[in-house]
Design a protein around this ligand. Structure first.
Ligand code: ASP
Length: 326
C-alpha cells in the first residue's frame, strides 16, 4: 500500500522574508516522517516525529514559538488521532484519539497527546491536569515563549490598548467583542499552527495537529485543534488537519465532514474543496486543510493568502510550497 505524508505550517499571511525558511522547514519535516514510513514505520510514529520537528521549530505557532494569549501567557492545544488498523503489531478495530488543551510549560504537547491516548483511559486532558500528567510522563518544565513572540505580544497588546482607549471604553467590558474586529484589522497575527497527516504501508492513517491558538485569544479559550472531528480527524477513508480561525472549524465539524464525504464517494480533493466552499459561504473563514485518503493521495488547499505545506506519496520526491496557486 502507498505510504504518504503531508504537513502544513498554518493558514495565514507569512511575513515577507520568512517564506523560504517556512517552506524549507516543511520539507525537512516531511523527510523526517518519510524516512520512518519507508523503513516500515507506523503512520502514528511518522506523524508524531514530523509534528515534533515542527513544534521544535520556533517559527511555527506550536510548542516552542507558540503565541501568547491576551494576558501574555501560552496555552497550547494538540491532538493526535489514528484510524482503525494494525499499529506496532497490534490490531485496533476502532480509531484512537489523544488530546490536550491549555498546556503552558511543556516542550512537545503532541507527545503528551499521544501519551493521553496510550497511557490513560481518557481522550482529552486540560490545563493543570494535563500539565501534571505531562510531568508524570517525564516532560520537564519548559517555557515555550520565545523572545520574538514576547516582543510581538507586547506590540499587539500596546496597539490593542491604544485602540480600546481611543474608543473610550473600559477594557474589561469591550474586550470580548473588540478583539474580533481588532484581529481582523491585524491579519498578520494568523498562521503558524502545525499539522501532519500520514498513511503507512498497513493503510493506517494518522492525523496530528498542534497550536498555540491565536495571538490575544482570551485565556481559557479552546480552539478546533484538540477537538476530534473539528481540527483533527482520521478514519479509514481519510485523515485531515485544519488550520485557521478555529471557531469556524468547530462550528462546521470540518475534518469529520471531509472523511464522511470521502466515505460517501467524493474524491479527497472534492471533499476538501466542498468544506472550503462551505466555510467561505458561512463565515468567509480564513482556513486551510491538509488531508490524505485511503489510496495514499495527499491534498491540501486554503482560503488564506499562504499555507506553507509539503508532501510526498509513494516514491515521489517531496513537494514543498508556500501556497496553492489559484
Ligand atoms: N486553528 C487554530 C486555532 O484556532 C489556529 C490556526 O490554525 O491558526 O486554535
Amino acid at each position: 500500500m502507498t505510504i504518504s505524508l503531508i504537513v502544513h505550517g498554518g493558514a495565514g499571511s507569512w511575513r515577507p522574508g520568512s517564506e523560504s525558511e517556512a517552506v524549507a522547514s516543511m520539507s525537512a519535516a516531511v523527510e523526517v516522517g518519510r524516512k520512518m514510513l519507508a523503513a516500515g514505520g507506523s503512520a502514528l510514529d511518522a506523524a508524531l516525529a514530523s509534528a515534533v520537528a515542527l513544534e521544535d521549530n520556533p517559527i511555527f505557532n506550536a510548542g516552542t514559538g507558540a503565541v501568547l494569549n491576551l494576558d501574555g501567557f501560552v496555552e497550547m492545544d494538540a491532538c493526535i488521532m489514528v484510524s482503525p488498523g494494525e499499529c506496532a503489531g497490534e490490531a485496533f478495530s476502532t480509531a484512537r484519539i489523544g488530546a490536550v488543551t491549555g498546556l503552558q510549560r511543556v516542550k512537545n504537547p503532541i507527545i503528551v497527546a499521544k501519551q493521553v491516548m496510550e497511557e490513560t483511559d481518557h481522550v482529552m486532558l486540560t490545563g493543570d491536569g494535563a500539565q501534571r500528567f505531562a510531568r508524570v510522563m517525564g516532560h520537564a518544565d519548559y517555557d515555550p515563549i520565545t523572545a520574538d513572540r514576547r516582543a510581538d505580544w507586547q506590540d499587539k497588546r500596546a496597539k490593542l490598548e491604544s485602540e480600546l482607549e481611543l474608543r473610550g471604553q473600559p477594557e474589561t467590558e469591550s474586550r470580548q467583542f473588540k478583539l474580533r474586529s481588532f484581529l481582523k484589522t491585524h491579519p498578520e497575527f494568523a498562521g503558524g499552527t502545525i499539522g501532519v497527516v500520514a498513511r503507512d504501508a498497513q493503510g493506517v492513517i494518522c492525523a496530528a495537529t498542534s497550536t498555540g491558538g491565536y495571538t490575544m485569544k482570551l485565556p481559557g479559550r479552546v480552539g478546533d485543534t484538540p477537538l476530534p472531528g473539528c481540527g483533527t480527524y482520521a478514519s479509514l477513508f481519510a485523515g485531515s488537519s485544519a488550520t485557521g480561525t478555529g471557531e469556524y472549524v468547530i462550528r462546521s465539524l470540518a475534518c469529520r465532514q471531509i472523511s464522511d464525504n470521502v466515505e460517501r464517494g467524493m474524491t479527497l480533493a472534492q471533499a476538501v474543496e466542498a468544506m472550503l466552499d462551505q466555510l467561505g459561504r458561512d463565515f468567509d473563514a480564513d482556513v486551510g486543510f491538509i488531508a490524505i485518503d485511503a489510496n495514499g493521495v495527499p491534498y491540501g488547499n486554503h482560503r488564506t493568502r499562504d499555507m506553507p505545506h509539503a508532501y510526498f506519496s509513494g516514491t515521489s520526491a517531496i513537494v514543498a510550497k508556500m501556497r496553492v496557486e489559484k
